[in-house]
Design a protein around this ligand. Structure first.
Ligand SMILES: NC(=O)c1ccc[n+]([C@@H]2O[C@H](COP(=O)([O-])OP(=O)(O)OC[C@H]3O[C@@H](n4cnc5c(N)ncnc54)[C@H](OP(=O)(O)O)[C@@H]3O)[C@@H](O)[C@H]2O)c1
Length: 343
């Protein structure tokens, strides 16, 4: 059994990690943390665990996590970087669901996240935890930078086009929409039911933190050029789900793009490619680790890719567990095989 700890167990991604790991046959959850709910039981705070678990929240510290061999950080940006070095030194492995280790260029990270990085030396070592791109490196990693939710949907959607240099990398557009849980569980006026329901709007038009992450990863698969992306996120009046509508301009005549995508993802348990003309929908992936994509050539020049995920699962906790499975050499789908709920 892998002994795991979850820092930030009262947030949406932390609770999702606990839900999935509780049922994982090769995992024992040894510690869950919360500063504000220290001493309270999981079942008291999360009703789904009533009579299922006697775990209690503890204040996060290296001592509390000493029994664990793997620690997930489901915490705000800037948290994991303050504890990761000590944990790694103690022989632990770390998966950070936040952005502390996602961007290799420290100046870029500091500019977008507005603080000084606490352990820049570890950033070079961290592996970007997108299994469909970095499986071999994930296997050996001590420190995983779990991708952001929007980046997962956008990168998986664009990857086959860019790897095969089939589109102009300087004219990529990602028109993305997320459910409200993407903003976390902390109280804010913008997340109130009366603000979100019966409404739809863009945000972050002046720049969103996921932009440099997506641009860096897409650029990394190009031979030389930098990818240039217009990225506009929107807030959807639903709890879970991301829908990315991606636009790219073709520089070739390949017309069976669906076959190309199916070949690229043929060995991937969590990426499904629909026939061209079909519309993936968020409810099909709700509470699952799946990304469902359709790729459509709508004119000689224009390609439109539709990509959906659950932001809390393939966009966060599920992908983190997929990374754990790879790191510990256990079947990659174990504990995250669920199929979408309907309705
Ligand atoms: N929500 C999503 O869809 C999503 C998707 C991908 C990635 N992420 C990333 O995953 C991380 C967690 O997101 P979330 O939505 O689960 O957030 P959340 O709902 O706001 O939960 C944050 C958790 O972190 C704990 N926490 C806050 N400050 C802390 C600190 N300084 N030290 C230790 N624990 C601290 C909180 O509990 P206490 O304050 O009681 O300690 C809480 O349990 C974020 O970095 C987010 O960007 C989120």
């Amino acid at each position: 059994m892998i002994k795991v700890g979850i820092v930030g167990g009262t947030g949406y991604t932390g609770i999702e990690l606990i839900r999935l790991l509780h049922a994982h046959p090769q995992v024992e959850i040894t510690a869950i943390t919360s500063r504000s709910e220290e001493g309270r039981s999981l079942s008291e705070l999360v009703p789904s665990f009533f009579a299922l678990s006697d775990l209690k929240f503890q204040k996060p510290s290296v001592e509390v996590l000493s029994e664990c061999e793997l620690i997930f950080f489901a915490t705000p940006n800037g948290t994991a970087m303050k504890m990761a070095a000590q944990l790694l030194e103690a022989g632990k492995r770390v998966i950070d669901l936040a952005a502390d280790f996602r961007i290799k260029d420290i100046d870029t990270w500091q500019q977008w996240y507005g603080e000084t990085h606490a352990c820049p030396d570890l950033v070079a070592e961290a592996v970007y935890g997108l299994p469909e791109l970095n499986r071999a490196e994930i296997k050996k990693a001590r420190l995983i930078a779990n991708p952001g939710c929007y980046p997962t949907s956008v990168i998986l959607g664009f990857l086959p086009l860019l790897e095969n240099q089939l589109v102009d990398p300087k004219r990529l557009i990602a028109d993305t929409k997320s459910g409200v849980s993407g903003a976390g569980r902390g109280a804010s006026v913008g997340a109130l039911h009366s603000e979100v329901s019966e409404n739809f709007k863009a945000y972050g038009i002046g720049g969103h933190r996921h932009l440099p992450e997506i641009s860096a990863i897409l650029s990394s698969v190009l031979p030389a050029e930098q990818a240039q992306l217009t990225f506009v996120p929107h807030l959807l009046p639903i709890n879970r789900g991301i829908h990315a509508t991606l636009y790219a301009f073709a520089n070739n005549d390949v017309n069976d793009l669906t076959a190309l995508y199916r070949e690229r993802y043929a060995d991937e348990a969590f990426v499904s490619i629909l026939d061209a003309g079909m519309h993936p929908e968020t409810r099909a992936v709700r509470a699952t680790n799946h990304c469902v994509i359709s790729v459509n050539r709508v004119s000689k020049e224009q390609i439109v890719v539709l990509s959906v995920i659950d932001n809390l699962v393939k966009g966060a906790a599920g992908q983190a567990i997929q990374n754990m499975n790879i790191m510990y050499d256990i079947p990659e789908s174990l504990g995250i095989e669920a199929i979408g709920l309907l309705p």
